[in-house]
Structures are given as C-alpha cells and as structure tokens.
Design a protein around this ligand. Structure first.
Ligand code: CP
Length: 348
C-alpha cells in the first residue's frame, strides 16, 4: 500500500494526488471482505462518532455512510434536515457549530450549494467529508466508480471512458473526470449541447473530448457511464421533452455494439429508467449498477477509517497499515504508540 495519504478532510477529488486516490482504493479493497462475513463488523473506529448531515435526498450515499460507520464500530448519527432546527431558520454554520459542540470525529455533508463542505472545513475540528455539493463534486461516488472499474478491468490507466448525459449539472461527472484523468484514463463526454458546456473540455490538463453524438463518444469505450437527468437542478428547458431526450441521448442496446466487446455500463443512481438508459441495459449482463452500490460501502469505510481513524489524535490506523494490521495491533493493545510513530514517518 502507498504511504502517501495525509488528509484531514475529503472535499473533492481535484485536490487529491494519484497516490492518495490509489491509497483510498487499496484501503477500500481491503474492506470489501468485511461485508461478506457473517459478522460484518470490526472495531477499527470504536468510540468514534460520525454525523450524517444531509440537506438533499439520498438513498445510496447516506445509507452506505451509515452502514460503513457501523461496520467499523463507530457511532453513526443521521440528522434529518426536515426535523432539525434548520427548518426553523438556523444557518449551516450555526448548525455545524452546534453539532461540533457534541464532539463528533467526522461530519459527512450533502448540500445543494457548491462549497458548503469547504465552508464547514474552515470552521470545524471534525473531519469533513463531501457527500455531494451542488454541481461541484461527489468524491466518494468517483472513488466507488473507480473501485468498480478496477475490479473488472484490473486497471484504470489506458482505458477509454465515455460519460453520457447531463454533464452540466453533474458533480459525478466532474469528480470522475478528475479521478480518471489522474489515474491515466481518457475521457469522452456526450449529451445535448445545452448540457455539455465547452468549459468541460479544459477541466483537466489532458483535455476531455466533447462529442455531440453519443455514438461518437461510445466508439471503442471500455466503460460507458450514464448520468441521471437532474431535473431538480435544471432551471431552464435544456431539451424539448424527456421523450425526445430518451430517443436522442438515452443509451440503447444498439449503442453498445460500438463500444469495446467487453465494455461495462455504469450509472451512479438514482436512474430514470427508459430515459437515460434502457431497462434491458440497466438490468443486463454488462451493467455494474448494483456492484457500484456494494462498493460504495467499502469506499466509505475506507474514507471514514482514514479520516476519523487518524486525523484527530493518532488513535487509529497509520496510513501504511491494513485493516488486519489494525485488528491485530488493537488485540495486542499496541495501536496508539505504534500509530503515532508510523504517522510521524509518513508525513510529507
Ligand atoms: N449516487 C448517489 O449519490 O445516490 P444517492 O443520491 O441516492 O445518494
């Protein structure tokens, strides 16, 4: 495992190095087995508290962060914004300060405003994890996508990834573009002209190939990633009708003939069946949509473990230790001293 991980918060993929991303993925890999055991729990974050603060709806991200925290033996608390004092007019900052007064180790936040997690990171002592901020970034989604691709393709370097759909509003597209390019994949995007802004071409140094026709983006692709039409973020009529979108930009079986013969299909969910992706594809043999969800738990375990387990007082695992190292060390009562020493050695 790489020993280059040194991060207080996870706010986006853009600011991570390729080494840090690889270390997160390797750590997630080592956590995958825990979810297959009969007793799906290890003591790595015993005594730690994780707060899920979600200002937007979520099924996958919120549930998997909660499951991840519980599988690591942390105490997980979910704040429902509709029943919290936010509904009485409390500001985000005051909400965060009040939560901080209860000494959580990690706050996982989803918010409709880009930059909300960065705002909290400036004022909170707890590790802040971005679970999706507006149209900006969704780092754990890109990590679980990368873990899924790596599992099936054995690598990311040299792959062609086609990202199809509502690029403009997609934090998933943005985080994936940063991550995939850092790990050596090439990226083509396609969608209606109104939803594929020219700025995306310059998002990364190597450049993103913008295609108007989805067929052109999909040719020879190893991975076809379909994005959800984000009706809740669309303030304008970006295309005439959903029916027309489905015909022009929805992924159909005929498109897959253009991709590599072993191409895989992904979607971050929630999906609009029959609009951006045909049901035969979503439920077909090339679809990894549910595997993505499964890998979301492992990725979020890795993120919580690396941030809440090392960031506060060195009482967790050092960046070079695997989960089994931690368990053995804890059983021998030796984690604290060994971890502090290891941490000093890995700072850069
Ligand atoms: N992919 C994703 O973020 O799904 P949720 O909105 O259900 O969390």
């Amino acid at each position: 495992m790489s020993t280059n991980f040194n991060l207080k918060h996870l706010l986006g993929i853009r600011e991570l190095s390729a080494d840090q991303i690889t270390h997160l993925l390797d750590t997630a890999d080592s956590f995958r087995d825990i979810s297959k055991r009969e007793i799906k729990k290890v003591p790595a974050l015993r005594g730690r508290t994780v707060i899920n603060l979600f200002f937007e709806p979520s099924t996958r991200t919120r549930t998997s962060f909660e499951i991840a925290a519980k599988r690591l033996s942390a105490d997980a608390v979910n704040i429902s914004v509709s029943t919290s004092s936010v509904s009485k007019g409390e500001t985000l900052l005051d909400t965060a300060r009040n939560l901080e007064a209860m000494a959580p180790d990690c706050i996982v936040i989803r918010h409709s405003s880009a930059g909300a997690p960065q705002h909290l990171a400036r004022v909170c002592k707890a590790a802040i994890v971005n679970a999706g901020d507006g149209s900006h970034e969704h780092p754990t989604q890109a990590l679980l996508d990368a873990l899924t691709i790596r599992e099936h393709k054995g690598r990311l370097e040299g792959l062609k990834v086609a990202i199809i759909g509502d690029i403009l509003h997609s934090r998933v597209a943005r985080s994936n573009i940063y991550l995939l390019s850092k790990l050596g994949a090439s990226i083509s995007v396609a969608g209606p002209g109104t939803l594929v802004p020219p700025e995306f071409a310059g998002l990364i140094e190597q450049g993103v190939l913008l295609e108007r026709r989805i067929e052109d983006a999909i040719v020879d692709a190893d991975v076809v990633m379909v994005l959800r039409i984000q009706r809740e973020r669309q303030t304008d009529a970006f295309f005439p009708s959903m029916r027309e979108y489905a015909v022009q930009y929805g992924l159909h079986l005929s498109h897959l003939k253009l991709a590599a013969s072993d191409a895989i299909v992904m979607h971050p969910g929630p999906m609009n069946r029959g609009i951006e992706v045909a049901s035969e594809i979503a439920d077909g043999g090339r679809s990894l949509i549910l595997e993505q969800v499964t890998n979301g738990v492992a990725v979020r375990m890795a993120v919580l473990y690396l941030l809440a387990g090392t960031g506060q007082d060195g009482n967790g695992a050092s960046s070079g230790e695997s989960i089994s190292d931690v368990e053995e060390s804890r059983a021998a009562g030796g984690v604290r001293g060994r971890t502090r020493k290891a941490k000093r050695g890995t700072r850069n």
